[in-house]
Design a protein around this ligand. Structure first.
Ligand SMILES: C[S@@+](CC[C@H](N)C(=O)[O-])C[C@H]1O[C@@H](n2cnc3c(N)ncnc32)[C@H](O)[C@@H]1O
Length: 197
């Protein structure tokens, strides 16, 4: 991430929005406690702690491509009691996990960073168990226009909401909650997709 985006996402206002958005992601398709959940692109761990508190997984595995974010997430989680989460460095488009390991996957504002985001969606499907759910919150290419360029995004690699919807289906997921509006203003797409049981 460029410095501009780091400043935008690593601050208390963004953390407040994350709290509301994680609660919404759970409300859209509530899950029982005790599941195995993947936090895809955990950033500095704020959402990891929120997922731990809201989804109450039995096992939580969180990863990010950026080593510094992973280290910061580790410090944060060891301070707030969610230290049981497994943290690692990994690339969303080449997940270091076996097939059908997770009951659910959660991503917040990551797919628009991944050049091959379609491959990342296929990877999510691969590691989800049959019937597993994918809770996503993201930003489409229409959202910020030039702002996305200033943050260093490759405009060719960004997606429209329709492209994302089609790619989810092509990857083998069914939209359980159609792509809707998030509860805070930063993002413009939220939903839950499910792998066939
Ligand atoms: C806008 S931040 C969001 C972080 C976190 N999800 C949040 O909402 O605070 C995007 C994150 O995606 C991570 N990221 C970018 N490309 C990635 C990839 N290919 N695999 C995993 N993480 C990636 C970045 O390092 C960064 O932490």
């Amino acid at each position: 991430m460029r410095l501009l985006e780091k400043l935008l996402v690593n601050n208390p206002l963004y953390a407040w929005m994350q709290r509301r958005e994680v609660a919404n992601l759970h409300r859209l398709a509530p899950l029982p406690a005790g599941l195995t959940i993947m936090d895809l692109g955990c950033g500095r761990g704020v959402e990891t702690a929120l997922i731990a508190a809201t989804f109450r997984p039995g096992r939580l595995v969180a990863f990010d491509l950026d080593r510094r974010q992973v280290l910061e997430a580790g410090r944060r989680l060891s301070h707030n009691g969610a230290a049981d989460a497994a943290l690692l460095m990994a690339d969303a488009s080449r997940l270091p996990f076996g097939d059908e390991r997770f009951d659910a996957a959660v991503e917040m504002a990551v797919m628009h960073h991944v050049p091959d985001w379609r491959a990342a969606l296929r990877e999510v499907v691969r590691v989800l168990k049959p019937g597993g759910s994918f809770h996503f919150l993201d930003i489409s290419k229409r959202r910020y226009g030039i702002g996305m360029k200033l943050m260093g995004h490759d405009m060719q690699a960004l997606f429209t909401i329709d492209e994302f919807r089609t790619a989810l289906e092509d990857a083998g997921m069914t939209l359980e909650r159609g792509i809707g509006r998030p509860v805070t203003p930063v993002f413009d797409m939220v939903g839950v997709a499910r792998k066939a049981a």
